[in-house]
Ligand binder design. Sequence first.
Ligand code: ADP
Ligand code: ZN
Length: 523
Amino acid sequence: MSASIDRAREVLRQVWGYSDFRGRQAEVVDTVANGGDALVLMPTGGGKSLCYQVPALMRSGTAIVISPLISLMQDQVATLLQLGVRAAYLSSSLDLHEARAIETQLLDGSLDLLYMAPERMVTARNLALLSRVPISLFAIDEAHCVSQWGHDFRADYLGLSVLAEQFPDVPRLALTATADLRTRADIARLLKLDHAPVFLSSFDRPNIYYRILPRLNAMDQLTDFIRREHPQDAGIVYCLSRAKTERVAAALVKQGFPALVYHAGLSPAERESNQTRFLREEGIIVVATIAFGMGIDKPNVRFVAHLDLPKSLEAYYQETGRAGRDGLPSTVSLFYGLQDVIKHQQMLAQSNGSEEHKRHERRRIDAMLQLCETTACRRQLLLRYFDEHMPEPCGHCDVCTEPVATWDATEPARMALSAVYRTGQRYGVEYAVEVLSGKRSDRVLSNAHEQLAVFGQGVHLSLKAWRSIYRQLLAHGLLLVDADGYGTLRLAPECRPLLKGEVSLQLRKDRDTASSQRSSKPS
Ligand code: ADP
Ligand code: ZN
């Protein structure tokens, strides 16, 4: 490291009042302050902003920060102005007059940082404007938006490759909290940062306790969890649909919890007001779709609960990462069930992207399901996905603190597969369970399936046990769901060795007497 790092520390102390850099901030700041490019992969809350804000104040000229969300830009600019830093943003929310005033400031050299959205950045007019002023650096925030494989793809990010050509002497740094190898490679290639050093921080969030439980009665499980572990604490409850957020929030309110909803169907005023209450008041619970989160910087969120399965580990990591940004103990609980697995398999079957895209999607979903069904440390598995090796189990996740019992499910699994096969691979889980448990329902009788050898072969196990077996068979990819939208099951080629008796199968014993499920009613 060079002498510039001392100057950087001084800026950090004088402007922000912080005593020192954290993690890899110092290295990044040093690199960029000396004119180098950088690719920064840091978890949410890791302190990415300072990586470009400090060098912006050390180098001459204006730093251009490209950010995808207006609310994010507004927050950052407001904070910087409070600190006495000359910052502004250009966005479509400004009228022509305001925008012109900021452009004048830029031309006068009286801005240290200027934020703008990617779609504005790449316009010919803007590029011409920027070519007339000294630029200290380009910071590309949320850089994973350039990758089509991620969930936040924005076509305008692709246009940012122009920066390398038009401003070859200006350092560029790309920042993201998404660290899987594929996205990382995309960022480096598409933003022309192939030769830039990569600064990868640990993605471990040691203060977060991870828990994943089979969903029995979601509302009971949720309220029980909040009451026992986080009464009066602020938290976020994620659901997949708007309708469900409304239902869950209403149910929480009825039980005396201060819950609000947040989803893209609310009016801007409602969204704003709910978000503000969450940020300002103590102990508010927001029940939200994934629309809620990007840019929410509330340090003392004590818990995050998921009532539906996130669609990838990246999404899970980002959403759970909103808990405990202040470093204090926090809990994340995911409640997931058979329906989630069916829904995801179905979406996969119905997706009409390229074969490569489908394979990629499958890997993403498989990784998420693997985390749910694992009998090993959750944190080890999560970090391994981000290419980080954790030598020992963490001791701070549900699998570590309450080891999972497994059982030899070879025989029942074969029965479950055979029930699907013998009924012609034309039905869903519930039908197969009816046949196995010997239920003479109208539909079973009308198909004469009570005459099958598998009929009633599974009476020794409960309906719940069978559903758990099917869930795990689906999660392990031994069964597939058709694209028909009815949850029709089909055998996967991978189940052959099991059917032929060549391999055995260990499955998780679902915990339903464990801490978070004590008061659950049978569903
Ligand atoms: P990210 O963008 O990576 O999610 P931020 O840049 O918003 O993270 O930083 C998260 C929080 O940590 C902010 O409140 C920030 O002020 C604080 N922070 C970052 N770096 C430091 C530091 N070196 N010392 C003290 N606080 C820091
Ligand atoms: Zn663990």
